[in-house]
Design a protein around this ligand. Structure first.
Ligand SMILES: [Zn+2]
Ligand SMILES: [Zn+2]
Length: 326
């Protein structure tokens, strides 16, 4: 029970993350929830729907820009997604009721009932027989992610000019689910501003419009470290937490031409680095302890590690497209 609460509990708002960026997160979470719906994976679907509702209600609503008049349309969109999430939760309640352990989801959601979930949880009754460790949506075995190796070199060459000028470049790895495999089918280079030690995506609206049109889910991201080694900085770890919060298998690829390792494919430990980062209120480059500190979930673990669920494909069994929005 506790583990699920931790998974769905609200994350503190970060005023330095724009509302537009939060909206992109919510939109992506909804796309992934729809995918879980198609797969019949009710546990993951319900968790993501709850996260959407929680993010809108408890996090975004505390954003300093939330009540600004010019953001009225974005707020409308947030509310729409929260309503869609709640409506779907109401629909699947009978189905998840029938599944073992679902009362954990329901009682977790029940904490939000008064504000958000007026009908679905009023009679949520959990039996005492629930096993606490089987409802582990994020504890499920990671699905394999396939990625064409050539895409890494294509990205590196598209970043060349920036790399030469000691500016980072970033891209989104987007794709589809095929036969229980996550397949990266698109590399999208959004509008961005790059510095020597960070890179910021701009115009998430355009990015989402493209993904929506092409039915592409965000599966991870890639960026260069022109002169630094191959690792995830604290800024990277925070960026990646946003992706992994939606998709546990999300990957962060770093291309560091000056490092002997050159290419790293990482994700945050979970539980561990992911949970610590989601509650960390600092911004910009700031020190994280080398390992998850005592008292936090996953204490003693490294913050991130090399991925073991990624398969680099070298033949022509998968195709990919490249979109440069810069
Ligand atoms: Zn970085
Ligand atoms: Zn931090």
């Amino acid at each position: 029970m506790q583990r699920l609460f931790e998974r769905v509990e609200s994350v503190p708002v970060n005023p330095y993350i724009s509302l537009r960026r939060y909206l992109y997160t919510v939109q992506q979470a909804y796309v992934h929830a729809k995918q879980y719906q198609r797969e019949g994976n009710l546990e993951r679907e319900a968790l993501l729907l709850l996260r959407i509702a929680t993010l809108v209600q408890k996090t975004v609503s505390k954003h300093p820009d939330y009540s600004k008049v010019q953001n009225a349309n974005i707020i409308k969109e947030f509310r729409l997604y929260a309503q869609l999430a709640i409506k779907r939760l109401e629909e699947i309640k009978p189905l998840i009721d029938a599944q073992q352990n679902t009362c954990e989801i329901l009682s977790t959601a029940g904490t939000m009932r008064e504000e958000l979930l007026p009908t679905i949880l009023q009679e949520s009754v959990c039996s005492a027989t629930t096993s606490p460790n089987t409802l582990s949506s994020f504890g499920m075995k990671a699905r394999t992610m396939q990625l064409h190796e050539e895409m890494l070199f294509v990205f590196e060459s598209m970043a060349k000019k920036n790399t030469k000028n000691n500016r980072e470049t970033c891209g989104i790895l987007a794709g589809v689910l095929q036969n229980h495999l996550l397949v990266v089918t698109s590399l999208i280079i959004p509008k961005q501003t790059g510095m020597s030690d960070s890179c910021e995506m701009l115009n998430e609206e355009e990015l989402f419009a493209l993904q929506d049109k092409k039915n592409l889910m965000t599966l991870g991201w890639i960026h260069t470290h022109p002169q630094h080694s191959c690792f995830l900085s604290s800024v990277d770890v925070h960026t990646h937490a946003g992706f992994q919060w939606i998709l546990p298998e999300a990957i962060a690829i770093v291309i560091a031409p000056t490092d002997r390792q050159r290419i790293g494919i990482f994700n945050l430990t979970h539980p561990g680095g992911l949970e610590y980062t989601m509650q960390c209120q600092q911004r910009g480059h700031h020190p994280h302890p080398e390992r998850v500190p005592k008292g936090f979930l996953g204490e003693g673990k490294l913050f991130y590690e090399n991925c073991h669920h990624v398969e680099l494909i070298r033949d022509h069994s998968i195709r990919y497209e490249v979109y440069d929005l810069r």
